[in-house]
Write a protein that binds this ligand. Structure first.
Ligand code: BDR
Ligand code: CA
Length: 327
């Protein structure tokens, strides 16, 4: 069974990623070992408050959780309230709570328990991963499975003309991790993650299938903000849910193609900040070029049924009803 650490910045699509991982944990498909947060969409502390609330709404109050580094390695932290809302959860606010900050100890403990089955997923800037290399170089080199959402490889950026948000927020971290990756990073970059789109009809199916799961009560208000943001950007009333696809790629629950590349990142503050590019040298990334997003949506709906059953509902029936409605 895969053991998972997710380092995330919830964040609306990160929230969907957490919901998916929580379902996989409930059904015994993975062991969710730790959730840590990186500063990005909002600050790392706020991300941790959000992640703790999402997990508790998914019936997982006891997963080890900690806030990571307060900001990027070398540049000031920029957050994006216009994309994810002031709280990071759209129109929803998680209750304030204390969060631990011993994120690197959680990572070391997990690595000490073995790395053949340990998968690290990063759905925010790579600040923590780069800092981890500096703090714990021996542990860093033991990581065997790393999947990251980030970058725009031969593809337009979503933050500048050429840069993707996660790489743009901490370009030095992205560059450092790729330069020293102990194993090629599975990279879900914009070229593939932008194909994973949730629209209001799909969200209605998700909420209905979640049934009595507490997170179902808030999901529409969380996503409404993201729909409006994408609409304002001229993309339509829908949402690109990058991080949800990324965790499915990491778990191998959706089919995908990936190509080996030697990648580098412009770690500068000017126009090219955070831009990823193909460089010469050793393969350091497997860039995901295509994923079966239809299957990914169906798999997410199935996972929502797992939550419904966990909370005493009939997730399978609700999912089946929607499948019939679509016929
Ligand atoms: C990435 O940026 C963030 O806003 C999202 O959560 C996702 O991880 C997409 O560029
Ligand atoms: Ca994210």
């Amino acid at each position: 069974m895969k053991r998972i650490i997710i380092d995330c910045d919830p964040g609306i699509d990160d929230t969907l990623a957490l919901i998916y991982l929580a379902a996989a944990h409930h059904e015994g498909a993975i062991e969710l070992e730790a959730v840590t947060t990186t500063a990005g969409n909002v600050g790392a502390q706020q991300c941790a408050v959000n992640a703790a609330w999402v997990l508790s709404e998914c019936g997982l109050r006891t997963i080890p959780l900690a806030a990571g580094m307060p900001g990027p390695l070398e540049v000031e932290l920029t957050t994006t309230p216009e994309t994810h809302g002031d709280t990071g959860l759209g129109y929803v606010s998680a209750p304030a709570r204390h969060v631990e900050t011993d994120w690197d100890a959680l990572w070391c403990d997990a690595i000490d328990r073995g790395t053949d089955d340990l998968h690290l997923i990063v759905t925010g800037p790579m600040t923590n991963l780069a800092a981890f290399r500096r703090l714990h170089p021996r542990h860093f080199t033991q990581l065997k499975h790393i999947t990251v959402m980030g970058g725009a490889v031969d593809y337009p950026g979503n933050t500048t003309e050429t840069a993707e948000w996660n790489f743009w927020v901490d370009p030095h971290a992205a560059r450092e991790v790729l330069a020293h990756a102990p194993t090629p990073v599975t990279l879900c970059s914009l070229g593939v993650t932008e194909t994973m789109v949730l629209d209001p009809e799909a969200l209605a199916r998700v909420v209905d299938t979640l049934g009595p799961a507490p997170i179902a009560r808030s999901l529409s208000e969380i996503l409404r903000f993201y729909f409006e943001f994408h609409d304002d950007e001229g993309l339509g009333y829908l949402a690109q849910v990058h991080d949800l696809l990324t965790v499915q790629v990491a778990l191998g629950t959706t089919l995908f193609d990936a190509q080996p590349h030697a990648l580098d990142v412009h770690a500068v503050t000017g126009e090219l900040r955070g831009t990823s590019f193909v460089a010469g040298g050793k393969t350091n990334a497997r860039v995901v070029s295509r994923a079966d997003t239809g299957a990914a949506h169906a798999e997410f709906l199935r996972a929502c049924g797992v939550h419904a059953k966990f909370f005493g509902g009939s997730g399978e029936l609700d999912a089946a009803r929607h499948a019939r409605a679509e016929d």
